[in-house]
Design a protein around this ligand. Structure first.
Ligand code: 5AD
Ligand code: FES
Length: 349
């Protein structure tokens, strides 16, 4: 019986932390409800073994939407002349941190496009100011590809973690998503450099990006097994109207949930967010992401007046809400499904 076989696969993946391409194909395609439930239940158990019912929250500060890159999927790509560009000053960033701290955030994620205005020196100044004021908080950077030396300086200034989604581990697929100025090789180099320096590192990808197949997803999972990142960020691809991918299909809730569960089983200790993109394609997307094995949520801390401008994809949620609203909305959402949002740096266990 095929269902029995798939359940056995799930148990084996959980035990051995490895997956065959054929298993991945079957687990992504199956329509059997029992198999899907078993996959989620297994991932939920594994997460509970490591992290209990605690959910970590990160305050996301989107501090610039200028970007020198031109990734075909992204709403803030440099060719999108309709994007209304902004930068936050150091003062504004610190004020986000202050309200965030009062709301119980103990991790600040500084995310932005690859904006040359923020030189290493400016980033290091911002990081050391935050480090000095909030010695008990984790500082996460998500500002793209840099040299090993730059990463080192920012680490020495006090950054602890770095998010850089690899986007796809397949060379040909990478070429389909990015212009020639970018390379998969450099992106992977960045991730290994960050890890070697001592950052807690996050890679990740969009689910359902144009050209993604079972084969490319298989390579994504192998990269995760190889790199052993502390964090993995995945969310559905959502087309943005002013990009070359405006007419492409978006990723689905169902496939994103299955991949979240598989990543939890393959890499049990991973910090795995239920992303805003997941919440954007379904009203209960983030709750479902947690139930599928996630253990992190990242409410927005950016000032309300810039939120609508950090539009990576269409219809992004939470763009009209104050930081405090998102914070407590998220807590309510997590409690509604039996989880507890904790005031904690939420380090990798
Ligand atoms: N849909 C979903 N996610 C996107 N990202 C960029 N553009 C989109 C989109 N159209 C993701 C990328 C990037 C992260 C910050 O946001 O994976 O790494
Ligand atoms: Fe932002 Fe619910 S999390 S409004």
């Amino acid at each position: 019986m095929k269902e029995r076989m798939l359940m056995d696969s799930i148990s084996r993946i959980r035990k051995e932390h490895s997956i065959e391409k054929e298993e991945l194909a079957l687990l992504l395609e199956t329509k059997d409800q029992e198999v899907c439930t078993y996959l989620q239940k297994s991932a939920d158990e594994v997460r509970k073994q490591v992290y209990g019912n605690q959910i970590y929250m990160r305050g996301l500060i989107e501090f610039t939407n200028y970007c020198k890159n031109d990734c075909y999927y992204c709403g803030i790509r440099c060719s999108n002349k309709k994007a209304d560009r902004y930068r936050l000053s150091e003062e504004q960033i610190l004020s986000c941190c202050q309200s965030g701290y009062e709301l119980g955030f103990r991790t600040f994620v500084l995310q932005g496009g690859e904006d040359p205005y923020y030189t290493d020196e400016r980033i290091c100044d911002i990081v050391s100011s935050i480090r000095q004021r909030y010695p008990d908080c984790a500082i996460t950077l998500s500002i793209g590809e840099k040299s090993r030396e730059s990463y080192r300086k920012m680490f020495d200034a006090g950054a602890d973690r770095y998010l850089l989604r690899h986007e796809t581990a397949d060379e040909a697929h990478y070429r389909l998503l990015h212009p020639e100025t970018m390379s998969l090789e450099n992106r992977i180099r960045c991730l290994y450099d960050l890890k070697a320096i001592g950052y807690q590192v996050g890679c990740g990808f969009m689910v359902g990006s144009p050209g993604q197949t079972v084969d490319t997803l298989y390579e994504d999972l192998q990269l995760i097994l190889d790199l052993q990142p502390q964090m993995v960020g995945i969310g559905p691809f959502i087309p943005h109207q002013d990009t070359p991918f405006s007419d492409k299909e978006g990723g689905t809730l169902e496939r994103t949930l299955r991949l979240l569960s598989l990543i939890r089983l393959l890499h049990p200790h991973v910090l795995l967010p239920a992303t805003t993109a997941l919440g954007t394609i379904h009203p209960k997307g983030r709750e479902r992401g947690i139930q599928a094995g996630g253990n992190v949520v990242m409410p927005n801390l950016s000032p309300t007046d810039v939120r609508k401008k950090y539009m990576l994809y269409d219809n992004k949620i939470c763009t009209g809400d104050e930081a405090a609203e998102c914070r407590f909305c998220m807590q309510k959402r997590m409690e509604s499904i039996g989880y507890e949002v904790v005031v904690d740096r939420g380090d990798f266990k």
